[in-house]
Design a protein around this ligand. Structure first.
Ligand code: FAD
Length: 394
């Protein structure tokens, strides 16, 4: 009765479902074990009437017209300019570090010297990775780079990824650039927007198609099993005859037979404040050794006007623990060679099941931002649509 079963109603699953239903004319069953659509992009109004992102603050930034135009079919956008400050030695300075941050961090004369040495040493460059700066011969630049490395990257990385300072691979951390100008924007993407009525409405519109049936609070396990011994997908012992787009985790799909894939997670603390505005920037980062990494003022993202009340989300990083009430969301894959090898073992099992197509941050075990997820889903659905077209010709 269904041609495809899509597991997961986040961007990866929803984009595939829409395209197969609309462009391929396929009957699609979309399931998610949560009570809601939109995956980690899910938003809802809280008790103060403020739209909050339940899985952490999300900003739509895109460079690819293809992703932007596809999503624009399902929402109007509000233009949005993201601002992030970091609290360093009691001062709030813009991130990424730029000349404005340098003016705020150092006395006037010292700031002037640092800026002019940076321009002399890196002529014509708009930004320079901190690692490159740390290797400069000029002692003014090296001291500056060491200070920024420690104050902005080191402790943040240690608490975010639970590493000891010596375990940080500087070539990864220190790729982060310092801007050699007064560009205060956090992102420099072509499209920086927020959906006018929120992400959940965007998803609702995307899934509103007569060929799509959405079933929530339904786990893939309730519908089928990938039986590695029989090399078959089964439901209640019978063959399950449906193409499957799977956006969940592969270790779970295969019963953790090679062990659990590790992730970092976050605890989200929602705060209500009897104030119209809580903080100057939308996001305030704490790159020091206090437990939280950042606090986001939601109204500023969603651009709601509300007097005398505001909601913030404070994030605390920690290790993912399967089934835990607080740490039970697998959010960030941990990009270490041994983890990638473990993932590849699961991926090789998929070769036995050509009817399953993996997509998305969990199934691909990759940190994708929203745009990367949408592009991945557009590519995956292109391939499936080609196959559908081929089958119809035969
Ligand atoms: C804190 C945080 C902030 C972020 N901020 C940004 C940002 O500002 N901008 C940006 O571009 N990106 C951001 N991202 C990344 C963004 O969240 C992801 O790119 C995007 O949500 C990935 O979509 P997805 O469909 O792959 O996964 P998800 O949105 O996680 O969707 C997967 C869905 O599959 C369901 N599922 C899994 N297994 C099963 C199963 N067995 N049965 C049924 N259902 C199942 C899950 O319940 C889930 O709803 C952020 C990520 C985090 C963690």
């Amino acid at each position: 009765m269904f041609d495809y079963c899509v597991v997961g109603a986040g961007y990866a699953g929803a984009v595939c479902a829409r395209r197969l239903a609309e462009e391929g004319g396929k009957k699609v069953l979309l399931i998610d074990r949560r009570k809601h659509i939109a995956g980690n992009m899910y938003d809802e109004y809280d008790e103060n009437g403020i739209l909050v992102h339940r899985y952490g603050p999300h900003i739509s930034v895109m460079n690819e017209k293809r992703a932007y135009e596809f999503l624009s079919r399902f929402t109007e956008w509000l233009p949005y300019l993201h601002r992030v400050n970091a609290e360093i030695d009691g001062r709030e300075v813009p991130l990424p570090i730029n000349f404005y941050s340098i003016d705020l961090l150092f006395p006037c004369e010292k700031a002037r010297t640092i800026k002019s040495r940076l321009l002399q040493c890196f002529p014509g460059r708009e930004s320079v990775p901190i690692l490159e700066m740390k290797q400069e011969k000029d002692p003014v630049i090296r001291d500056f780079a060491d200070y920024i490395y420690e104050k902005v990257f080191l402790h943040y990385t240690v608490k975010m990824w639970d590493l000891k300072p010596g375990e940080i691979d500087p070539s990864v951390t220190a790729r982060i650039p310092v801007r050699l100008n007064y560009d205060n924007r956090h992102f420099t993407h072509e499209y920086q927007v927020m959906p006018k009525d929120g992400f959940t409405v965007l998803f609702r519109n995307m899934l509103d198609h007569p060929n799509i049936t959405v079933r929530l609070e339904t786990d893939a396990k309730d519908l089928f099993r990938a039986d590695t011994e029989a090399q078959a997908i089964r439901y209640a012992g019978e063959p399950f005859r449906c193409g499957i787009i799977y956006t969940g985790a592969l270790d779970e799909l295969f019963g953790y037979c090679f062990g659990e894939l590790p992730y970092r997670s976050l605890k989200f603390e929602f705060g209500t404040h009897p104030e119209t505005r809580v903080q100057d920037p939308t996001v305030l980062n704490w790159p020091d050794d206090r437990p939280a990494t950042r606090r986001t003022e939601m109204k500023r993202l969603t651009q709601q006007v509300k007097q005398g009340v505001s909601t913030t989300i404070t994030e605390y990083p920690g290790g993912y623990i399967r089934g835990d009430r607080v740490w039970g969301e697998p959010l960030y894959p941990i990009n270490k060679p041994e983890n990638i090898r473990q993932y590849e073992r699961y991926k090789s099992l998929l070769a036995q099941f050509p009817e399953i197509t993996p997509a998305g941050r969990l199934a691909d075990y990759k940190y994708y931002n929203m745009e990367a997820t949408v592009l991945r889903a557009l590519d995956v659905s292109d391939e499936l649509l080609k196959t559908c077209a081929g089958e119809e010709k035969e």
